[in-house]
Design a protein around this ligand. Structure first.
Ligand code: GUN
Length: 295
């Protein structure tokens, strides 16, 4: 069993981005600028956004955090998006999900200018992804592709089972794994909460990607010997031995599954850092596109 080290791989990606930013700045250009909109005080969302802002600083990007209380109106969010859409000093921005119930997330996502949608959530970018056209790929699935690439994991003709069908991870992951180039060309099955005999399906997986957000979803008996296992789940579970009072855990029972797998991502330190690295790559691309169109 070998660990797929997301921390180390993401550090390599950040180094190459930092070099590109340095040469951008040396040629008199403004560094890429990412803005993040955060609504409410969910500790996990706040921690994700803080991680994104910190990563921007590390590679030399400019960043802005626009934080609102959970009581903010939908109208104010939409106006904030309109403002970010038209600001020429912002190359890309994200709206951290989930949003409070009274705000219609679809309405919010539809308001984004697809050229600044560095999360790749706008239907224009989702459509481009489905058709294999240039656009912004969603950060978590793209980070997983880069991790597979980094470790030269064979995907062609392999059976990839994706557990979870969310718009952010499961669905786009399933589309990307069957693309007609590496890493892709896999035979893909999507399993979800209504799937019968989940174990019979996951046991067929050469590559098992799990994104349901429920600890303990995948136990040792559900995995074939030699499978590649990608654990996207990040849940907080109480742990009195930690200063914070919690620890992070994935969807996969690591102690049972790791000995059977050829490669596996740890949680934390697997997919999470790659998500952030991919967001930085999209922001760099948005800045390059922006510079080209305004040259
Ligand atoms: N919530 C969980 N994952 C993500 C992500 O990748 N982007 C945003 N904006 N919100 C999220």
């Amino acid at each position: 069993m070998q660990l797929l080290d997301g921390l180390a791989t993401a550090a390599l990606v950040r180094q190459s981005i930092a070099r590109e930013v340095q040469s951008m700045v040396a040629s008199g250009k403004r560094p890429p600028h990412l803005a993040a909109v955060l609504v409410g005080d969910d500790p996990a969302s706040r921690s994700y956004v803080t991680g994104k802002i910190k990563a921007c600083e590390e590679v030399g990007f400019l960043s802005s955090l626009i934080a609102f209380p959970s009581t903010i109106s939908e109208q104010t969010i939409l106006e904030t998006i309109d403002d970010l859409n038209q600001r020429s000093d912002v190359d890309g921005f994200i709206v951290q999900l989930p949003l409070p119930q009274h705000i219609d997330a679809t309405k919010v996502l539809l308001r984004l200018n697809p050229e600044k949608d560095v999360d790749g959530f706008h239907p224009v970018n989702v459509g481009k992804m489905c058709l294999g056209l240039d656009g912004f790929l969603p950060a978590t699935p793209n980070g997983i592709l880069r991790l597979l690439e980094q470790y030269h994991i064979e995907t062609t003709g392999k059976h990839c089972v994706v557990v979870g069908r969310s718009a952010i991870v499961g669905l786009p992951m399933s589309i990307l794994m069957q693309r007609q180039h590496y890493p892709g060309n896999a035979t893909v099955t999507i399993a979800h909460s209504k799937t019968q005999s989940l174990r019979d399906i996951t046991r067929q997986a050469d590559i098992l990607i799990v994104a349901v957000g429920r600890p303990g979803t995948i136990t040792g008996d559900m995995v074939k010997d030699g499978a590649v296992v990608i654990d996207v789940g990040v849940s907080r579970v109480e742990d009195a031995t930690k200063k914070s009072g919690f620890r992070l855990t994935g969807d996969v029972v690591f102690e049972e599954v790791a000995p059977k797998s050829s490669y596996i991502t740890p949680v934390p330190g697997g997919v999470g850092p790659m998500t952030i690295a991919s967001l930085l790559l999209n922001t760099l691309q948005a800045a390059l596109n922006h510079q080209k169109s305004s040259a």
